[in-house]
Write a protein that binds this ligand. Sequence first.
Ligand SMILES: [Zn+2]
Length: 95
Amino acid sequence: MRVQWVELDAVALTQRCYPGKYKPNEAAPGLHGCFEFRLGANCIIYTLPLAARPTEREYHETAGHELHHCRDGYFHDDELFIPGPRKQRPGERPR
Ligand SMILES: [Zn+2]
């Protein structure tokens, strides 16, 4: 799998991660990043730049979280992120 890393400011990141959910100049509170799968097993991570983070540690934690998504697909239920190919949970019907 190829991973592409794209850093965006908070407003651009909001538009990328929550298309149509916020006003064009509005930033989603607490948004750190999201991921998207493209054809050919490319995983694109969108995130705030290091300079926009409270700490470098927080930046790397987001990097690890989004890379986890690239490896495993969709793994939390909050519907906040662009879903990738997700794993089937026990008892869940395929979709
Ligand atoms: Zn996530």
